[in-house]
Write a protein that binds this ligand. Structure first.
Ligand SMILES: NC(=O)c1ccc[n+]([C@@H]2O[C@H](COP(=O)([O-])OP(=O)(O)OC[C@H]3O[C@@H](n4cnc5c(N)ncnc54)[C@H](O)[C@@H]3O)[C@@H](O)[C@H]2O)c1
Length: 397
């Protein structure tokens, strides 16, 4: 019997989790993992968390029995991987739960920006039917630049093509066949920045992608460019974005993710005497300025939050835990070299059947760097303490 602790649940999941993990000591702890409630998880061998629970050396140090973390998310930058590796703690994520879900939100933000939907709706709610200042742009025939062409980026591309847009892609590991199939164009980053009317971000947050949108890259963009970010806040230097929005160089931005987004939920804490300085206040202030601009739309990291996606996230997270308990962990993220980072799950790719094959690009196809090889075999699998006690899971619906 393993002790399995869950944080950040809403409630509707609990009965389902208990049924799937029968025979184990399942502990539900309210809220985000923090200094106050971490002791309740001290016995846990397995941890189920969402992105607002930060796990660094300090927190891991307080969970001496921990062997496996199942994060209920695709991104895992809330978990200190080096600290996990040094303790041989396995981390599994949810590699795919509906890339279309996030892609739909991305396209909704693109349309909302281009068509000034939020501003128009707010105005009419106040009984004002004036269309002054509400002139919009068409997406048809415009160029969309996608930084990152994995599961989500490729679904965005497919929808953008259906809207009649031209799609340029910067992704050193993009699948060139899929790029061609969707009638998009692989380009270098500078070319993408210079030619796109809308730029949308779909990479993970890594040292290479951190602040990919900064003062220098914004200077290379077209005046009036629209920027959409549904990936991670750290991809955009918000201080640079504020300057560009205020100067008009950036015509609008739609952000589902923000650096220091947690601070927005905890504003009262920022002015309390106990404020620990955990947030970068310049970034928090930059976020506040963006909030107040009519040409900036901010959604609260909600792109994943569809009914269908949540059920898939829960089931995959529980599959990950059960696989670990059987001694055959899956969806590991802390042996990335072995798994081939950025590789697209087959079932998540837009299928050849559904992807409308457009005419082949007349120009010579942009040369894509060879896809990274998955070099080694997966590292030795860590065994759970008492895997035999793991009961067979109930069949999924
Ligand atoms: N807002 C939300 O609710 C939400 C939900 C799910 C995922 N996300 C974010 O979206 C991101 C993308 O998700 P995905 O499922 O498409 O991931 P993915 O792994 O399928 O695709 C990421 C792509 O980024 C590319 N990439 C990596 N480094 C790059 C670089 N330096 N420059 C350009 N491209 C690079 C990879 O080659 C890959 O094709 C996730 O990492 C996560 O942070 C956000």
């Amino acid at each position: 019997m393993a002790v399995i602790a869950f944080f950040e649940l809403e409630g509707w999941e609990k009965a389902h989790i208990r049924n799937r993990l029968l025979g184990h000591d399942v502990v539900f702890i309210n809220g985000v993992l923090d200094d106050k409630n971490i002791a309740e998880a001290a016995r846990a061998e397995v941890l189920g968390i969402f992105i607002y629970s930060k796990l660094g050396p300090k927190q891991l140090g307080q969970m001496q029995h921990l062997k496996m973390i199942s994060t209920f998310s695709t991104g895992f930058d809330h978990i200190d991987m080096a600290a996990c590796n040094s303790r041989n703690i396995l981390v599994s994520n949810v590699p795919a739960y509906g890339s279309q879900t996030v892609a739909e939100h991305t396209v909704a933000l693109m349309l909302a920006l281009a068509k000034k939907i939020v501003l128009s709706a707010e105005r009419t709610k106040q009984g004002n039917f004036s269309i002054e200042g509400l002139r919009t742009i068409d997406l048809y025939d415009r160029t969309l630049g996608l930084i990152g062409f994995g599961k989500i980026g490729s679904h965005v591309a497919k929808t953008a093509k259906a809207l009649g847009m031209h799609v340029r892609i910067y992704d050193p590991y993009a699948d060139p066949n899929l790029v061609e199939l969707l009638n998009c164009k692989l380009v270098g980053l500078d070319e993408l920045l210079a030619h796109s009317d809308i730029i949308s971000l779909h990479t993970p947050l890594t040292p290479q992608t951190k602040y990919v949108i900064n003062a220098e890259s914004i200077a290379k963009m077209k005046k009036g460019v629209l920027i959409v970010n549904t990936a991670r806040g750290g991809l955009v230097d918000n201080k640079a974005l504020v300057d560009a929005v205020l100067s008009g160089h950036v015509g609008g931005a739609a952000l589902d993710v923000l650096e220091e987004e947690k601070a927005i939920k905890e504003e009262r804490q920022l002015v309390s005497p106990e404020f620990s300085g955990a947030f970068d206040l310049r970034t928090v202030v930059a976020n506040q300025i963006l909030f107040n601009k009519p040409n900036v739309i901010i959604t609260p990291h909600n792109a994943f939050n569809s009914q269908e996606a949540l059920k898939r996230i829960l089931d995959t997270s529980l599959d990950n835990i059960e696989a670990y308990l059987r001694g055959k962990p899956v969806n590991l993220v802390n042996n990335k070299e072995a798994k081939g980072e950025g590789k697209m799950a087959e079932k998540e790719k837009p299928s050849k059947k559904t992807a409308r094959k457009g005419p082949k690009p007349a120009a010579k196809k942009a040369k894509a760097p060879a896809k990274k090889k998955a070099a080694k075999k997966p590292a030795k699998k860590a065994k759970p303490a008492k895997k035999k006690a793991a009961k067979k899971s109930k069949k999924k619906k």
